[in-house]
Design a protein around this ligand. Structure first.
Ligand SMILES: Cc1cc2nc3c(=O)[nH]c(=O)nc-3n(C[C@H](O)[C@H](O)[C@H](O)COP(=O)(O)OP(=O)(O)OC[C@H]3O[C@@H](n4cnc5c(N)ncnc54)[C@H](O)[C@@H]3O)c2cc1C
Length: 425
């Protein structure tokens, strides 16, 4: 064999090996790319195996949820932020019986008797997210004081200010069992938790649970606030980030104080947005859990969808009425609006019979616009205040409300008529 042909064989051999290596690499990456695109990796369990976590010894025993309201005593009260506007309340059951386990991200519903301007008391209902992982003996909620809108003559927020100013250690409160569909799954899929302002509460519960139960799980927390006066549990978050290499803390300040040093006090200047995720997050099938002000959630949900994150991996909760029109499935979060003009809504107690006008929003909006007095609070399907008996006809929900209405009744804030209906209101 001549040296020229030997060289030719060597070159041919090397070329074949490179081609083989390239082919295998391409095949592997194509599989991963397809899994990321379709979401099969995390949702279907093919590319990224999803492991169920077994209940651990530190979880509270399995106890059935109570129905109606249960008495809880305030055991501890703690101001959480530099601005003194967020206060945590630790609640223990008056009956000293075990507490049912909740899913991290769920909330409690409180019935309060607050002082009214006329000197009497007024009963109101409000929801507050559980802000810590489940513990055997207590629940914790963290409440932000809501001021009156700037320049308005309205009174400040009734429930939040009542909690801050009147609820003291030893007081007894009426509380409904934990509820809500916004909670983290138990798989080991990587997660991105996003909390804007007081929207940190449910994602803080998710984070604490993950770190306690799934310390190997990859978790990112993007916490958006204005400056160093506002974050709650900052030293706790920093300690978690120093302890768990899989936990990535990102404090984002939109309006830092002169002394707030980037890189030392916070990690990113500006709002939490998808552009930031694109620069920081590796390409993985993350699940996103978002809670914050409506504009933030709107821009994040739509931005994530534009980025190609499947709808099934974007989870969010608003602390009030918010409907985000999702590009992937616009009807998923909006009430189904009946289009037939011959639908009539009868309000039995009020003695009113009114033709339904599509485009008026929910049955609650419709009732109020027509002078029918209905009790309401969150207007988001969470608190159950606007539950009303359906005497005849059918209603339709755009999305399943957090509060399960009793059979034969509906949540006016979350539904529209499907046929002509008679409501006991
Ligand atoms: C599922 C869920 C979880 C939640 N979790 C938390 C949580 O963890 N922490 C938390 O702090 N909050 C949470 N919230 C929000 C909470 O439930 C309350 O909505 C919030 O505390 C405000 O209630 P309020 O009674 O203090 O204010 P409201 O009395 O309801 O007043 C709200 C605002 O309206 C203004 N206002 C008063 N009267 C009028 C009027 N006539 N016209 C216009 N404006 C008026 C008030 O000045 C105030 O700014 C959650 C809500 C939901 C639905």
């Amino acid at each position: 064999m001549t040296s020229a042909s030997l060289l030719l064989w060597i070159v041919l051999g090397i070329t074949l090996q490179i081609a083989l290596w390239l082919g295998i690499s391409f095949w592997r990456h194509w599989g991963e790319y397809q899994a990321l695109r379709t979401g099969v990796g995390s949702d279907g369990g093919m590319a990224v195996p999803v492991k169920e976590t077994l209940p651990s010894a530190s979880e509270p025993a399995s106890v059935a949820a109570w129905s109606g309201f249960r008495s809880f005593r305030v055991d501890r009260k703690e101001i959480e932020d530099g601005a003194q506007s967020i206060c945590s309340f630790y609640l223990v059951p008056e009956d000293k019986q075990p507490l049912p386990e909740f899913k991290p991200g769920q909330f409690l519903t409180f019935r309060l008797d607050v002082p009214a301007p006329d000197g009497h008391t007024e009963q109101i209902t409000r929801c507050y997210s559980l802000s810590d992982a489940p513990h055997a003996g207590f629940y914790r909620v963290s409440i932000k004081r809501v001021p009156a809108p700037a320049g308005s003559a309205y009174p400040p927020g009734r429930s939040s200010n009542y909690f801050h100013d009147h609820v003291q250690v030893g007081d007894v409160l009426q509380v409904r069992a934990p509820g809500g569909h916004f909670h983290i799954d138990r798989s080991d899929a990587p997660v991105v938790l996003i909390g804007g302002g007081i929207g940190i509460t449910p994602v803080l519960s998710m984070l604490n649970w993950c770190m306690a139960e799934q310390p190997g799980r990859e978790v990112w927390l993007y916490y958006g606030v204005r400056n160093s006066n506002e974050p709650i549990k900052r030293s706790h978050l920093e300690a978690l980030s120093a302890t768990y290499p899989n936990f990535h803390l990102r404090l984002c300040f939109s309006d830092p104080l002169p002394g707030d040093q980037l890189g030392r006090v916070y990690h990113h200047q500006g709002r939490v947005d998808v552009a930031l995720f694109r620069t920081e997050l590796p390409l993985k099938p993350y699940h996103f859990y978002i809670c914050g002000p409506t504009p933030m959630m709107e821009s994040l949900v739509l931005g994530l969808e534009d980025w190609g994150v499947p709808e099934s991996r974007i989870h969010y909760e608003a602390f009030g009425p918010a409907s985000i029109k999702r590009s992937a499935n616009p009807t998923a979060v909006e009430p189904v609006v009946a289009t037939q003009s011959d639908i009539v809504v009868t309000f039995a107690k009020s003695g009113k019979q009114i033709p339904w006008q599509p485009g008026m929003g929910s049955l609650l909006d419709f009732a109020e616009a027509n002078g029918v007095k209905v009790e309401s609070s969150c207007r988001a399907g969470s608190c159950g205040c606007c539950q009303t008996t359906i005497k005849a006809g059918e209603v339709a929900y755009g999305h399943a409300p957090d509060f399960d209405p009793e059979p034969g009744s509906c949540l006016l804030c979350s539904c529209t008529p499907k046929t002509s209906v008679t409501l006991e209101a």
